[in-house]
Design a protein around this ligand. Structure first.
Ligand SMILES: [Zn+2]
Length: 263
């Protein structure tokens, strides 16, 4: 059983039986309500995933929430600043290492990679490599809660962008892999890096995959209709999207053009 909790007042405090979100105060069009810092654990030992930006009040609040529990490690879903900016400060605050795929974000000796399993008082956390949004994106599967922490690979609302350090072909493979995993493992919840907890993981992943196919078709059509660069494509394909998000859309279009050229 996932034991999904969705508080009426919003995202802060949402989660599953063994995972709780503490919302960082960095809302924006790109980060939605702000970054979800996840605390995972069953008993005395916990993992803290994505401390968020280097915001002292937020990091203090996370440390206070832990009370007497010991942080085994700080994990990063990926290195983007809204997830990792406070990692070093927080790690020093709680005297724990930082583990990430990208060596430049680690503190202490240990890395983090696809296939790693972390044991927290018998609670298993499995690391799944999901490159695409960024080259270093990881998801964390909690079998006991039938839940998956998805970082920016899947967001609680809307869809994610392919960042300049990401890759669309990788992202499409990661979505297929997550979808297959969610079905086989009977996942019941996605715990995103931004936005609310999502029930129905298979349905959400199907939606993401369909959305990517639709955008690629629209981009092919825009090129046939005479669009010459990423900006012109955005103006056609993302016409209904808030122009504040157009720079992000342009990033995604650039990634999609690279992908179409590579086919
Ligand atoms: Zn990101």
């Amino acid at each position: 059983m996932s034991g999904i909790r969705i508080p009426v007042e919003g995202i802060d405090g949402s989660g599953t039986a063994h995972a709780t979100s503490l919302l960082a105060p960095n809302p924006s069009p790109m980060t939605l309500d702000g970054t979800n810092t996840w605390v995972i654990g069953r008993a005395e030992t916990v993992l803290v995933v994505d401390p968020g930006p280097d915001d002292d009040a937020h990091l203090r609040r996370v440390a206070d929430h832990l009370a007497e529990r010991r942080v085994v490690a700080v994990l990063l879903t990926h290195g983007h600043h809204d997830h990792s900016g406070g990692a070093r400060t927080f790690a020093e605050m709680v005297n724990a290492p930082v583990r990430a795929l990208d060596p430049s974000h680690r503190l202490g000796g240990e890395g983090l990679a696809d296939g790693d399993v972390i044991d927290l008082d018998g609670l298993e956390v499995r690391v799944v490599g999901t490159p695409g949004h960024s080259f270093d994106s990881l998801c964390f599967w909690l079998p006991e809660d039938r839940a998956m922490l998805t970082g920016d690979t899947i967001l609680g609302r809307g869809t994610t962008v392919i960042a300049p350090d990401g890759d669309l072909a990788d992202y499409l493979r990661s979505l297929d892999q997550l979808r297959a995993g969610a079905e086989i493992l009977e996942a019941e919840a996605l715990l995103p890096g931004h936005g609310p907890v999502l029930p129905d993981p298979v349905g959400v992943l199907d939606g993401y995959i369909a959305h990517r196919r639709l955008r690629l078709d629209q981009i092919r059509q825009a090129i046939r209709d005479g669009a010459r660069d990423a900006r012109q494509i955005v103006e056609i394909v993302y016409a209904e999207v808030d122009p504040a998000l157009w720079p992000a859309a342009e990033m995604s279009v650039a990634a999609q053009l690279d992908y179409l050229k590579s086919l």
